[in-house]
Ligand binder design. Structure first.
Ligand SMILES: [Zn+2]
Length: 421
C-alpha cells in the first residue's frame, strides 16, 4: 500500500500544467489555482487542484493530512546549470574584481577557472563530497529538488571521472536529484597550453574521457564552453558529435563574454540546451526560436561580475524561444545556490514577469533536462516534487529578493527541507 499524503489549505497552487515546454505567451500561463490541495501516493501526484475537489478523492480520506496554513505551493525548482562540485570559494578574486581587474585579466594571471582546477585536483574525495553535500542541502532549502551538475574542474582523465563518480554517489546518498554532465571541455588545462595543445586536449576528450564516462554510465550530457580562451566552434562540434555517438546529449556554454557562434552550433547539433546567450544576436535568437533547443539564461553571472549587460530574455520570449533560468552555481562567476535569487534578477534585470521566471526554472528547466514528463509541473502522474513558500502570492518569491521564503521542500513525496517554524 503506497503512502498517501494530502497537502491541503494551500492558498495558491502554481501547477505549470499544460504543454511543455512553454514558449512565447504560454510562458506566463502558470496554472495558478486558489485554495488548493495536492494528493500524493507513493511519491507521485494523484490529484492536484481546488481543495474541495481533491479532498473528495476516494484515497484522500485515508491519507495523512498536512495543513499548509495558507502557504503557496509551486513545483520543486529545477536548477538546469550548476558546477556543483568544487573545492573552495574564489572570494579573493571577487575582491580583486571589485578593485578593477576583469574576469579575463584574472584568468590570464592564473586565477579564474584554473585556480579552481588546481584546488579540485588537490582536494580529497571526502572534502569535495562534504562541501557539495552542504550545497545541495542549501539548494533544497531554497526550493530546489533537481540539479544539473557539471564536471569541468578536473580537466584530466582521472579528475573528470572522479568528479562524475562523486556526483553519482551524491545522487544516491541524498534526496536532491542530480543530472550529470561531462564538461571536460570547460577550458584548456594548464598542461596543454602550448601551440596545438588545445586540439591535442580535444583529441584526448574524444578518444579517452568521453568513452570512459559513457561506458561507466557517469554522464547524461556533454557540455562545451565556446569562448575566447576556451574552445572554438569547430572543436566543440567535434566533441559534441563524439558525445552524441556515445549517447551523451549536447549542451553548450555560448555567447557569454563574446559572440563566437556557439548558439548556431547548438541549433545545428540539436543540443538539449544552450546556456548564457548574453551576446547572442537577433539572427541567433530567430534560429533558436525555430528550434527545440532550451535557452538557459544565467543572470547570476552578470550580477556577480558587476556587468550592466544581461541576456536578452524578454526578446527571446517574444520571439518564441524556449527560455529557462538557472543559477550557474560556481565559485568564479555566480556563487549562488538560490533559484529565487536568479528569479529576482530575471525579473528586474531581464524584464521577465514573476510567472515567466517561475516557469523558466520549473517546467522549462525540466524540459532542458529531458524530464518535462516527470518533473517541473504539478499534475497527476508526475513526481511529487514540490516547494512550499511562506508568502501570500507566488509573485512575492522573486519580489522579496535576497530573503529565503521556502518553508518546505518535498522530493518524490518526502519532506527534504522544513523550516523550524
Ligand atoms: Zn557554467
Amino acid at each position: 500500500m503506497p503512502e498517501l499524503l494530502l497537502l491541503t489549505n494551500c492558498k495558491q497552487l502554481v501547477t505549470m500544467a499544460g504543454r511543455a515546454p512553454k514558449r512565447g505567451r504560454a510562458l506566463a500561463e502558470i496554472g495558478a489555482i486558489r485554495d488548493a490541495a495536492v494528493l500524493i501516493a507513493g511519491g507521485r501526484i494523484v490529484a492536484a487542484g481546488p481543495r474541495a475537489r481533491v479532498e473528495r478523492h476516494r484515497a484522500a480520506r485515508r491519507a495523512r493530512k498536512m495543513d499548509l496554513g495558507g502557504r503557496v505551493v509551486t513545483p520543486g525548482l529545477v536548477d538546469a546549470h550548476t558546477h556543483l562540485v568544487f573545492a573552495v570559494s574564489r572570494a579573493a578574486e571577487y575582491e580583486q574584481r571589485i578593485a578593477g581587474a576583469t574576469y579575463e585579466q584574472i584568468a590570464k594571471a592564473g586565477g579564474g577557472i584554473l585556480s579552481s582546477v588546481r584546488a579540485l585536483r588537490g582536494a580529497t574525495d571526502a572534502a569535495l563530497l562534504s562541501s557539495a553535500r552542504a550545497r545541495l542541502a542549501r539548494m533544497a532549502a531554497h526550493g530546489t529538488t533537481t540539479v544539473e551538475a557539471k564536471s569541468g574542474y578536473g580537466l584530466d582523465f582521472d579528475n573528470e571521472l572522479r568528479t562524475l563518480k562523486l556526483m553519482k554517489r551524491l545522487g544516491r546518498e541524498q534526496a536532491v536529484e542530480i543530472v550529470p554532465t561531462l564538461l571536460a571541455a570547460h577550458v584548456v588545462p594548464p598542461e596543454y597550453r602550448v601551440p596545438g595543445g588545445a586540439d591535442e586536449y580535444v583529441d584526448r576528450i574524444v578518444r579517452l574521457i568521453l568513452p570512459a564516462a559513457a561506458l561507466e554510465g557517469l554522464a547524461e550530457y556533454c557540455d562545451v564552453f565556446v569562448e575566447r580562451g576556451a574552445f572554438t566552434v569547430a572543436q566543440a562540434r567535434r566533441i559534441l558529435a563524439a558525445a552524441r555517438a556515445l549517447g551523451l546529449k549536447p549542451r553548450l556554454h555560448a555567447e557569454q563574454l563574446s559572440r563566437m557562434g556557439g548558439a548556431r552550433l547548438a541549433v545545428e547539433v540539436e543540443a538539449a540546451s544552450v546556456d548564457h546567450l548574453d551576446h547572442a544576436n537577433d539572427a541567433d535568437m530567430r534560429a533558436l526560436a525555430r528550434s527545440e533547443v532550451a535557452c538557459v539564461m544565467l543572470p547570476g553571472c552578470s550580477f556577480h561580475l558587476g556587468l550592466a549587460h544581461y541576456a536578452p530574455a524578454r526578446k527571446f520570449i517574444e520571439a518564441g524561444a524556449i527560455v529557462a533560468l538557472a543559477t550557474d552555481c560556481n565559485p568564479g562567476t555566480s556563487p549562488t545556490l538560490s533559484l529565487p535569487m536568479a528569479m529576482s534578477l530575471a525579473c528586474t534585470q531581464m524584464r521577465m514577469t514573476p510567472g515567466e521566471a517561475l516557469a523558466a526554472c520549473t517546467i522549462n528547466a525540466a524540459y532542458s533536462l529531458g524530464r518535462q514528463g516527470r518533473i517541473g509541473s504539478i499534475e497527476a502522474g508526475r513526481d511529487a516534487d514540490l516547494a512550499v513558500w511562506d508568502v501570500e502570492d507566488y509573485r512575492e518569491i522573486p519580489y522579496y529578493f535576497g530573503v529565503n521564503h521556502c518553508a518546505m521542500t518535498i522530493k518524490r513525496g518526502k519532506v527534504i527541507h522544513k523550516t523550524a517554524a
